[in-house]
Write a protein that binds this ligand. Structure first.
Ligand SMILES: Nc1ncnc2c1ncn2[C@@H]1O[C@H](COP(=O)(O)OP(=O)(O)OP(=O)(O)O)[C@@H](O)[C@H]1O
Ligand SMILES: [Zn+2]
Length: 748
């Protein structure tokens, strides 16, 4: 290395937890700034890394310092504050550098992938005659490739060489490995950013005049944006109060003053209405919006990302990972439906999109707006403890009334012998009434109850998954029993496999069964079912919503996953078939989830000129979350629930960390979990409460047995590193795996 060489520090994406110093060769291709994605040599291989520092004071012995190979792009793929965010995520979620960067930088970007990408080869090291003759002898094919490339005036496409010379990829690769040839990816032409959601339901978008409440909320948010300080606003507005309109006005201001915006939704595919409203509003005004969603091809992903990195688009809308968009001058982060558990990632790094959004906003001194009709207890609590500002919208647009909620006690209804069990007389009658009046209805099933299992009344046999601790679910169209956790399936037996009785029964009900029953109750109604099968078919979901809007469908049946943000003015009846299923899950948030579910699904009724009604079927009509939801009493629910949480030290009073051990051998898993607990209790100097180990509620999953411990932690960033340090010195057997999940939403 020359004394004039510039140094940078690069964090390899390769299972290493510290940055390494590299020299930057003069004339190197690509960006070398902080946040740039670069190729580096590391222990005899080439890997990717992110530039985290310009300059270095690492003492690298002379002759050991290596050169960066090149930068993948001409601009950084992460902003400096995203690098800081990555450090926080590693610490807070006990995650590796590799997993954090792989989450932050989409694989399409890391692989520099595009369907229209060429891999171009050129000569890096010119061979002299002697060397060329040696190569001719040793590897004639390689020599042929070398000669061919050397004769070309411009870099030549790899595919072309392979086709023309009939050589294998291996011959080319060995030349690049020896650094005789060099390969780089280049776009054939600029890929036009096409987007599958671009022809979503068209909503003609004109900016409406805000109501008084909306205007007050928006002005308060605007004041924070103008102040240029980090602030969090909780926009707590009842269903149909026009929260989206408040976001849109605030966004307009930010765009007009040159700032950028991240807008998060729980799942893009489930929110086509929101996406088309954003598009309608901003793209007509000439502001490009990037919609970041799972149906993008790799080429589109790369292109969308780079559009943001280059500052060509200043708004990104997407699910949780959109929070990592390399957008500069971030002024506003919107987290819509902030209470949604879908914001939590189920794999490492197990981050919570909302919490990361708040942290990123803080780093950028931006404003974060969390919006919901049913905010999480954590956010409501933060109003008091972290000075979140709260903006309430207490009224629906045009003073529309919140719907009347009827509770039906299904313990009495169950006695109905007419075969239409699970649909109460009241719900049946109201469905027919809406049909007569040409109004629309939506029926919701609680997702957790969306199954029908097989059991035998003679011997008590229940069909269970061979690999998981769950009952198999009956799917009528395919006549199969399926496991919703691992996908195991088998043909549905006609008799009991254990005692051969022919009296097998199907208990519970799925959307399919409800559809049949409703068909009998309301003959002539056009009924459509929305479930996971529908969701897996591209565009079908949007088509169904479109048909529902135009009145081609009378009754829509689905699980609560479809409830988010649906806004159909002609819906005057909502039925919740099984309100309390979610009360029985082993989760300290069971009451909160049930309350949220009731309020959210009720919120779909009566959004137009006509008043709405809700029929809630329950076996526990007196349980507090159901009563509070019925009266739309948020404060009552909050007070009661906070008291419970405080008593048991649950969030929001403490953070929970779940430490799961799993493996195929249950005794071994339990043994390690217990050994660990002993070690932790002995060595941990921090006062935290430890509960467990105990078997997880879902003890067996995908053939693995699961035990877990719970840590009740006051300050995660401070305490977790102590736990991980002890864990680093705790050797597990190869076939036992442990996972730390901070602020978990999955309790089973
Ligand atoms: N100021 C306004 N004047 C007239 N119509 C409005 C106004 N603000 C919002 N709307 C309309 O009211 C309806 C409800 O608004 P929106 O969907 O934003 O409510 P929301 O608070 O997000 O509801 P939810 O939480 O139930 O999804 C929409 O059709 C929207 O276009
Ligand atoms: Zn299974």
């Amino acid at each position: 290395m020359n004394s004039t060489d510039r140094l940078i520090e690069v964090m390899p994406i390769a299972g290493i937890e510290t940055p390494l110093a590299y020299a930057v060769p003069s004339g190197v291709r690509g960006c070398m700034e902080i946040g740039a994605l670069v190729r580096i040599p590391l222990q005899n291989r080439t890997c990717l890394g992110v530039v985290v520092r310009e300059g270095s004071d690492q003492k690298v012995p002379a002759g050991k310092l290596k050169y960066v190979i090149d930068g993948l792009f001409n601009e950084p793929v992460l902003t400096p504050e995203l690098i800081t965010l990555s450090k926080w995520m590693r610490r807070y979620y006990a995650a590796s550098v590799e997993s954090v960067f792989e989450t932050m930088i989409p694989s399409a970007v890391r692989q520099e992938m595009s369907p229209k990408m060429h891999r171009l080869l050129s000569v890096r090291q010119v061979l002299n005659d002697e060397e060329l003759q040696a190569l001719d002898k040793r590897a004639p094919k390689q020599a042929e490739v070398y000669r061919f490339v050397q004769q070309q005036p411009l870099p030549v496409a790899r595919g072309l060489i392979m086709g023309r010379l009939k050589v294998s990829a291996a011959s080319i690769d060995s030349l690049t490995k020896k650094n005789i040839l060099t390969e780089r990816a280049e776009r054939e032409e600029r890929v036009v950013y096409s987007d599958v959601l671009s022809n979503a339901e068209k909503v003609s978008e004109v900016a409406v005049e805000l109501t008084e409440e909306q205007a007050a909320a928006e002005e308060d948010i605007a004041a924070s944006i103008a102040a240029g300080e980090f602030r969090v606003h909780l926009l707590h507005g009842v269903t149909g109060s026009g929260k989206t309109e408040v976001y849109l006005h605030a966004m307009r201001r930010v765009l007009d003053s040159g700032g950028s915006i991240v807008y998060l939704v729980p799942e893009v595919a489930l929110t086509p209405q929101t996406v088309s409203r954003l598009r309608g509003r901003f793209e007509q005004a000439g502001d490009k919006i990037v919609v970041w969603h799972s149906h993008l091809s790799n080429g589109e992903r790369l292109d969308a990302w780079m559009t943001l990195a280059r500052g060509e688009a200043r708004v990104v809308v997407g699910a949780r990972s959109a929070i990592f968009a390399p957008i500069q001058n971030l002024r506003l982060v919107v987290v819509d439906e902030e209470h949604e558990p879908a914001y939590k990632q189920a794999e490492t790094p197990r981050y919570h999109g909302r919490d990361v959004a708040v942290y990123r906003a803080m780093l950028s001194k931006a404003v974060c707006v969390l919006g919901s009709a049913t905010p999480s207890l954590e956010s409501l609590y933060n109003i008091q403890t972290k000075n979140y500002r709260v903006n309430r919208l207490t009224k629906r647009i045009d003073d529309r009334q919140l719907p009347i909620v009827h509770l039906v006690d299904m313990r009495r209804e169950r006695l109905n012998p007419d075969g239409s069990a699970n649909i109460s007389a009241m719900l049946a009658e109201k469905l027919q009434d809406r049909q007569d009046k040409a109004e629309q209805s939506i029926l919701f099933l609680n997702r957790r109850g969306y199954s029908s299992s097989m059991n035998c009344p003679d011997c008590g046999f229940v069909a269970m998954c061979e690999h998981c601790d769950v009952m198999l679910t009956y799917h009528r169209p395919e006549q199969q029993l399926k496991c919703h956790i691992c996908g195991f399936h088998q043909p549905a037996p006609s008799g009991c496999p254990q005692c051969k009785s022919s009296k097998v029964r199907w208990r519970g009900y799925g959307t399919q069964r409800i559809e049949e029953v409703i068909g009998k109750i309301v003959p002539g109604a056009k009924i459509v079912r929305l479930d996971t099968d529908t969701m897996s078919k591209k565009n079908l979901f949007r088509k169904i919503l479109g048909d529902f809007r135009t009145g081609k469908i009378d009754i829509l049946i689905g699980t609560q996953m479809i409830a988010k943000g649906l806004d159909f003015p002609n819906v005057t009846l909502v039925g919740l078939v099984d309100a309390d299923v979610s009360l029985h899950i082993p989760d300290f948030r069971a009451a909160e989830r049930t309350f949220q579910l009731l309020v959210q699904v009720s919120g779909r009724a009566g959004r137009g000129d006509k008043a709405g009604e809700v029929v809630v079927q329950t076996l526990m009509p007196h349980s507090p979350p159901i009563q509070y939801a019925r009266q739309a009493d948020f404060d009552g629910f909050l007070d009661a629930e906070l008291e419970q949480r405080r008593e048991f030290n649950y969030p929001p009073y403490r953070h929970l960390v779940r430490h799961l051990f799993r493996g195929r051998n249950p005794e071994k898993v339990q043994f390690y979990a217990e050994q660990w607990a002993k070690k932790l209790e002995k060595e941990l100097t921090e006062p935290i409460e430890i509960r467990g180990p105990v078997a997880a509620p879902l003890e067996k999953m995908k053939d693995q047995y699961r035990f877990h411990l719970w840590y009740f932690v006051g300050n995660v960033s401070r305490t977790l590193p102590y736990i991980t340090a002890i864990r680093d010195a705790f050797k597990l057997d190869d076939d036992v795996i442990d996972v730390l999940d901070v602020d978990p939403v999955d309790m089973v």
